[in-house]
Design a protein around this ligand. Structure first.
Ligand SMILES: [Zn+2]
Length: 444
């Protein structure tokens, strides 16, 4: 119903617009008369009755807009009323700032001018923090990496260069919405990428159909006529002018590195987490190699003859009941095993037929002592030169791990070293990033 009414309003004034564009005498006055009532009512509702000049200014601006945009076929009533409404917003805001308001149409005057430059950057920076990862990727490619539109299109996997410009404008509209909220208050979250209906600045696009095409100004393929219409629109439309201001300020801030796209921080954190994770895996793998494989580094079988393979000389064994193992010797009937404390009175002896023996439950080894192992084959003449001997130490888990790390396989040591350095590097970088982040937090 409302749309139908709007449409009929639009239709009813189209002949008047045509006549005005054709230069018919008196056509401008007739249009102004038709628009005076709704414009005056708008101004009165915003500022009170005593603002005839504001209504007249708005009507004049409306006709000037028509002069510049020969192709205008939109809703002239909406145009005039919105120009008047935006003008009222201007007056209210600039009065609050105790500064004279800019002229109705002044493309040179930036709406961001009302904020002091340092605060302007902080406001934009905070707005950038609300962008999606996709938007950050696009803005980074465009402004930080300075890629051409075509290169951006390729990096983002978009179908057309127009798509790049359109998305850019959607992303920067979000920035503008947040800037508006910061500047003008209002808790109403604006629709992402939406029109200005909820813009807390109070500015409304005077011709939303054209305003929605604003992104074409950045597209070199936009034809001259369309470009000139859009430029005229921006000159008269406070809402779109604010949009363009924010776009320009954001672009130049990003180019000069005065503004940062925060998502690199997130990416760094992911990288650091990855580094930490990879380091952890390397440490685990290194330790596994060292703890599960026998410490071959100290086994020196000499001429390849029989030898004790566990515990090897100097080994630290965990627990109190290690298993002793040696190379099998052909032709023996049994082995006599003796285990004695180097400095103590522990002695255990056994006779076994297999080349392995476990310390029995009732003779556990005291922890932290050194022990001597001797294995004597029966008959004795089958013993290798020098016999089968080894010394080892019992220790707790920590001593065991330390020993294995020292004596462990080269692969394990390399993995462990890499893993530890990855984790330490990650931790240092993470710490640096945190202190950087808190420093930045203090600034903004
Ligand atoms: Zn607009």
């Amino acid at each position: 119903m409302g749309d139908l009414l709007k449409e009929s309003n639009r239709e009813s004034l189209l002949p008047g617009i045509k006549a005005y564009h054709a230069g018919e005498p008196g056509a401008g006055d007739r249009l102004a008369d038709a628009l005076r009532d709704p414009v005056t009512r708008e101004v009165a509702s915003r500022l009170g009755d005593d603002h005839e000049s504001v209504a007249s200014d708005a009507l004049l601006a409306t006709l000037t807009y028509l002069d510049r945009d020969a192709g205008f076929a939109g809703d002239i009533r909406h145009l005039a009323v919105t120009i008047a409404g935006n003008r009222c917003s201007d007056l209210v805001r600039w009065r609050r700032l105790r500064r004279p308001p800019p002229p109705v149409a002044d493309p040179a005057r930036s709406i961001l001018d009302e904020i002091e430059p340092p605060q302007r950057l902080a406001t934009l920076q905070s707005a950038l923090g609300h962008l999606t990862a996709d938007c950050r990727r696009l803005l980074r490619a465009m402004y930080v990496d300075g890629l051409s539109s075509e290169a951006v299109r390729e990096r983002l996997g978009l179908a057309t260069v127009q798509g790049v410009h359109y998305r850019r404008s959607v992303c920067l509209r979000r920035v503008k919405t947040h800037v508006s909220q910061r500047l003008h208050g209002g808790s109403e979250p604006a629709e992402p990428g939406g029109r200005d209906a909820t813009d807390p600045s109070g500015y409304v696009c005077i011709d939303p159909r054209l305003g929605g095409e604003l992104w074409r100004l950045e597209d070199p393929a936009t034809e001259a006529g369309q470009r000139s219409r859009l430029e005229t629109h921006v000159a008269f439309c406070s809402s779109c002018r604010q949009q363009r201001d924010v776009e320009a300020a954001t672009g130049s801030g990003l180019r000069s590195n005065a503004l940062k796209l925060g998502s690199t921080a997130g990416r760094d954190v992911r990288r650091l987490r990855w580094l930490g994770g990879a380091g952890g895996i390397a440490i685990a793998a290194g330790l596994a190699l060292m703890l599960l494989l026998p410490p071959t580094g100290t086994v020196v079988p000499g001429d390849g003859g029989p030898t004790i393979v566990g515990p090897v000389a100097g080994e630290v064994v965990p627990g109190s009941r290690p298993t002793l193992q040696w190379t099998a010797i052909d032709g023996i009937s049994s082995y006599r095993v003796s285990l004695t404390a180097v400095a103590g009175d522990y002695v255990w002896q056994a006779s076994v037929s297999e080349p392995t023996a476990r310390v029995p439950e009732d003779r556990p080894l005291p922890s932290g002592d050194r022990f001597r192992v001797a294995v004597q084959p029966v008959p004795a003449h089958l013993a290798p030169p020098g016999g089968l001997r080894s010394t080892f130490r019992t220790g707790n888990a920590g001593a065991f791990v330390l020993y294995r790390v020292r004596q462990g396989s080269l692969a394990g040591q390399i993995l462990l070293g890499l893993g530890l350095s990855a984790v330490v590097t990650g931790a240092i970088l993470m710490g640096r990033r945190r202190s950087l982040a808190s420093a930045l937090g203090n600034v903004s």
